[in-house]
Design a protein around this ligand. Structure first.
Ligand code: MN
Length: 239
């Protein structure tokens, strides 16, 4: 069985190459008995499971085929697509994982998360996250018309792009204390979000940071359950 980990694809109709790269990935792993883990920010924005568009329909069809070929899809929300839910995922029998989840492959104990919760130095973001992720507010927003949610999402994106230019590089990375705490009872931590793909060694543990999907390539992780002891390496997926 192949475990495949990806994050931060930021798919949108504005970047068809990324969508194509993801569709190609599904084809490439279709016959490999794949457990596909998408650790958040699959989409650049998500205004609700009732949103529909032609490019998304094509994606859903490919995901259905991927599932029918014997593969499974797991999804954790990111800071951009936290409104994505079961209604969208059930079309291709994907599972919605909690924000923090664990997985065991062979004797490897692995923790999975998007990564934004580890960035505790970014106090203003953590405050914003608490508000926007409140189930009551999220429920209220989901009850608003699509067009209103679209406008709101555009506003958020502009604001986020503007503040990112002001915040320092260090503030937007993980906090070491938060990492040590997160890795207490696991051997490996896999996350994305920071867009700094790398494998960090901490004592005998590993923190694997998945890459964001750039113009032509992305850093992804593959673990084969027959040889979980293999030297874990990021792999470049080109498109
Ligand atoms: Mn993110």
């Amino acid at each position: 069985m192949t475990y495949l980990f990806i994050a931060d694809l930021h798919l949108s109709p504005e970047h068809p190459r990324l969508v194509r790269g993801f569709l190609d990935l599904l084809v490439h792993y279709q016959n490999k008995n794949t457990q596909l883990y998408i650790l958040g920010d699959w989409f650049n924005a998500w205004i609700g499971d009732d949103y529909s568009a032609a490019w998304l329909d094509e994606l859903v069809e490919a995901l259905k085929q991927f599932h029918h070929a014997g593969n499974q899809i797991y999804f954790q929300v990111g800071n951009r697509d936290f409104a994505l839910g079961q209604r969208f995922l059930k079309q291709f029998h994907a599972s919605l994982l909690p924000d923090i989840d664990t997985l065991t492959i062979g004797h490897l104990h692995i923790r999975l998360e998007h990564g934004d919760l580890l960035c505790t130095d970014d106090v203003s973001y953590q405050k914003f996250r608490k508000i926007i992720r409140n189930p009551l507010l999220l429920g209220f927003l989901k009850s608003m018309p699509l067009s209103f949610r679209q406008k709101l999402a555009n506003g958020f994106r502009q604001k986020s792009a503007a503040t990112k230019q002001v915040k320092s590089y260090a503030i937007m990375d993980v906090n070491q204390q938060a990492v040590v705490q997160a890795m207490q009872s696991v051997d490996v931590l896999i996350h994305g979000h920071t867009h700094r793909p790398n494998i960090h060694s901490l004592n005998n543990k590993k923190r694997i940071v998945l890459g964001d999907w750039r113009a032509h390539e992305a850093q992804i992780l593959e673990i084969d359950d027959n040889q979980p002891d293999q030297d874990l390496q990021l792999k470049t997926w080109c498109y």
